[in-house]
Design a protein around this ligand. Structure first.
Ligand SMILES: [Zn+2]
Length: 290
C-alpha cells in the first residue's frame, strides 16, 4: 500500500510483461529511476506510454493478445499493482476483479477512466479518439505529482498525443460523413462510442461481453434488423473468429470484414494503426451515400 519498493523490485516489475530474453538484454538500462506505471488494459497502456515516454516504465496487466474482459490478476500482478507509482485503470465492471484489487490497494496516484465511459455498461470508450484524448492530461497530472521535475515534459507529450488523436478524429469525421445513419453490424457490440461519435447505428450480434452466448432468438432479431436496414457487412473481431455470427453471415449473404475493438492487441500492433485499419474497413463495408 505504501511505496516501500526498492530499486531491485522496481527493475523486476518493469520486466513482468516481457519474456526472459527481452529482460536479459539490458538495452534500456532497466527500469530504475523511471516512474513505475501499471495500466490494466491496452488502450490505457497506450496513453500511459505516449504521455510518459522514456521517463516511465509501463506494465500492462492484460498480457499482449490477452482478453481484457473479465481479467483475473495473479498474485504477482497484484503485487506489481501495489508497488506502482501510478495506476491507470477503467473501473466499472470491464474487469470487476481488478476493480476490487484497486479498491483494496488504494493507489496514491490513480487515474480512473470511468468518467469517459458514460454509456451505461459499455466500457469501450477508447474507440472514440476524442474521448481517449481526454485521458492524456489526467495521466500527465499524476506523473507530474510523482515526478515534478519533468512536469513540462509530461505536459508537452500529453499535448502531442491530444493533437494526434484530434487528427484521427477529424479523419474519421470526414471519411464517415457520407455514412450518417448507416448500420454498423458487429459481432461484438464494442462500437457504441464510435457509432455515437460518427452518427452510425450499431447492431451487435453478441452483447457487450463477447463471452456471453448468443441466443437463437437474438439471431432471428438481428436477421430482421439486417433485412430492414440493408446492411451488407458483418464486422467481426479477428482474434475471436466469427463463431455463431458465421451462420448469420452465410444465411443473410453478408460480406465479412475485421473491425478491431483494440482489446486483445498483438505485441506489434498499435492504437493508431488499428484505428486506421478500422476506418478503412468501415469505408469498405458500410452502406454510405454520396
Ligand atoms: Zn470488449
Amino acid at each position: 500500500m505504501t511505496p516501500t519498493r526498492t530499486l531491485g523490485v522496481a527493475a523486476l516489475t518493469g520486466c513482468l510483461a516481457c519474456g526472459p530474453a527481452a529482460c536479459g538484454d539490458g538495452q534500456d538500462g532497466g527500469a530504475e529511476g523511471r516512474v513505475q506505471v501499471v495500466a490494466t488494459s491496452y488502450p490505457l497502456q497506450y496513453v500511459a506510454e505516449q504521455v510518459g515516454g522514456d521517463l516511465v516504465a509501463v506494465t500492462n496487466l492484460t498480457p499482449p493478445g490477452g482478453d481484457s474482459h473479465g481479467l483475473e490478476l495473479s498474485p504477482r500482478a497484484i503485487a506489481t499493482l501495489g508497488e506502482a507509482d501510478v495506476v491507470v485503470h477503467l473501473s466499472g465492471g470491464l474487469q470487476a476483479s481488478v476493480d476490487d484489487v484497486v479498491a483494496q490497494e488504494e493507489p496514491e496516484h490513480l487515474v480512473d477512466a470511468a468518467p469517459l465511459a458514460d454509456r451505461g455498461v459499455d466500457p469501450h470508450f477508447w474507440l472514440d479518439p476524442a474521448r481517449l484524448a481526454e485521458l492524456a492530461d489526467e495521466v500527465a497530472d499524476e506523473y507530474s505529482a510523482v515526478d515534478p521535475d519533468h512536469a513540462a515534459d509530461y505536459e508537452a507529450r500529453a499535448e502531442r498525443l491530444r493533437s494526434s488523436l484530434r487528427e484521427l478524429d477529424e479523419e474519421y469525421t470526414e471519411a464517415l460523413a457520407p455514412c450518417r445513419g448507416a448500420t454498423l453490424l458487429a459481432s461484438h457490440e464494442a462500437f457504441g462510442y464510435l457509432a455515437d461519435r460518427y452518427g452510425l447505428e450499431q447492431v451487435g450480434v453478441a452483447g457487450l461481453d463477447p463471452h456471453v452466448e448468443v441466443s437463437p432468438a437474438r439471431l432471428r432479431q438481428v436477421a430482421d434488423e439486417v433485412r430492414d436496414t440493408g446492411a451488407r457487412t458483418l464486422f467481426f473481431e479477428a482474434a475471436a473468429g466469427l463463431g455463431v455470427a458465421e451462420t448469420l453471415a452465410a444465411e443473410l449473404d453478408l460480406g465479412t470484414d475485421v473491425l478491431h475493438p483494440i482489446e486483445r492487441v498483438a505485441q506489434d500492433d498499435t492504437y493508431p494503426e488499428l484505428m486506421t485499419a478500422n476506418l478503412a474497413a468501415l469505408e469498405r463495408g458500410l452502406v454510405c451515400g454520396g
